[in-house]
Design a protein around this ligand. Sequence first.
Ligand SMILES: NC(=O)C1=CN([C@@H]2O[C@H](COP(=O)(O)OP(=O)(O)OC[C@H]3O[C@@H](n4cnc5c(N)ncnc54)[C@H](OP(=O)(O)O)[C@@H]3O)[C@@H](O)[C@H]2O)C=CC1
Ligand SMILES: O=C(O)CCC(=O)C(=O)O
Ligand SMILES: [Mg+2]
Length: 431
Amino acid sequence: MPEFTHYAPPATGEPITLQNGKLNVPLHPIIPFIEGDGTGPDIWRASQRVFDAAVEKAYGGKRKIAWYEVYAGEKAFNKFNEWLPEDTLKALTEYIVSIKGPLTTPVGGGIRSLNVALRQELDLYVCQRPVRYFTGVPSPVKHPEQVDMVIFRENSEDIYAGVEWQEGTPEVEKVINFLRSEMGVKKIRFPETSGIGIKPVSREGTERLVRAAIEYALQHGRKSVTLVHKGNIMKFTEGAFKNWGYELAEREYSDKAFTWAQYDRIKAAEGQEAADKAQSEAQAAGKLIVKDVIADAFLQQILTRPAEYDVIATLNLNGDYVSDALAAQVGGIGIAPGANINYVTGHAVFEATHGTAPKYADLDKVNPGSVILSGVMMFEFMGWQEAADLITNALEKAIEQKVVTYDFARLMEGATEVKTSEFGDQIINNM
Ligand SMILES: NC(=O)C1=CN([C@@H]2O[C@H](COP(=O)(O)OP(=O)(O)OC[C@H]3O[C@@H](n4cnc5c(N)ncnc54)[C@H](OP(=O)(O)O)[C@@H]3O)[C@@H](O)[C@H]2O)C=CC1
Ligand SMILES: O=C(O)CCC(=O)C(=O)O
Ligand SMILES: [Mg+2]
């Protein structure tokens, strides 16, 4: 076990371990949590009570989580003068499965995202965000029930990785000079006053993300995986993502998947009828369809034809935008869960899609649903399905009862608006 400097794990409880690629979850697993900034503390308090109640109800005391508070963000800075203490990284590494509230990232300067740093440090290369409709949730679209997608967002590269230089610095001047004098770049419109960002996208990074999406789709009987990219414009990054994704699907899943790249090749060689026939036969044989769409068209099609999309594999920044857009269709980011996962090492940090919503901090007001449903994903990941189901059903029932937080109440007729903590109580009472 690593040495911890500021905060040690609880004395009771055992670590989750990984054996032959499978998680070994003890009866009393130590699970580190980060409360989060802004609305994080309110949300975490309600969520933790819901998790403990579900585990108690499901297993009658046989199983129990040994929670281990670890620090990041403002709480860490105030206590230890560090934004992301080494103890936290050690704990998340050692105990494999953890959960966190949102952490603030300042805009245009200041510290870089701690959320991104955690994903990079633990190499959590998949950001997995399921988006489904809960009956009764107010939605801005006519058929929210048609939205049932799982986003696999690449989580370690892209413009999101934070490789950039600020306008006016000697560093940016050096980069711009290099690009212009050694690389023949003529397209920087205002070279004297530009900041520069770099967009690394690799074959390996793409393959591991697309593999995770395909594996998930096959295991869960999903119909398609769609590669979402802007490869017409960013040819060697987003375009390569599409090509590498198709190549991987054809190389590793030739007996289980049929790709639109195959379709296009058959069409070019034998005509459209033959290509349509090949795709129909693949579908009839239960094969997964791997297709692609350009990101801007995708954003309009998820509104007009959501039923055509199922599992989504996309790059980091697209995935960030798509996550919030899809969440809005099924009632907003108050109930949008997620997980950052390395499917090879088993490490997973569960977290909501939303941020710290600072204007609501400490008002006991916002919806804790996203962190609660992230906990459901965590229990499923641990194999504690009974606890997961208890929470999902109880949350569905609270919505049915129209006992909801402000975000739903303002759009629902006849709703009773409750506080964050009271919504947690309602879920517990419904178990
Ligand atoms: N993984 C993470 O930790 C993330 C961190 N962030 C960080 O959070 C900070 C704030 O970001 P911001 O862009 O304002 O985005 P937020 O997601 O924090 O908030 C945007 C809006 O979403 C709604 N919202 C957010 N959380 C909830 C909730 N729990 N229940 C109901 N509604 C909710 C509110 O809408 P309304 O105003 O309509 O009520 C809110 O004003 C930034 O520093 C950002 O970097 C952002 C995303 C993820
Ligand atoms: O790290 C942040 O502050 C924002 C991250 C974010 O928006 C996301 O992961 O969806
Ligand atoms: Mg986001």
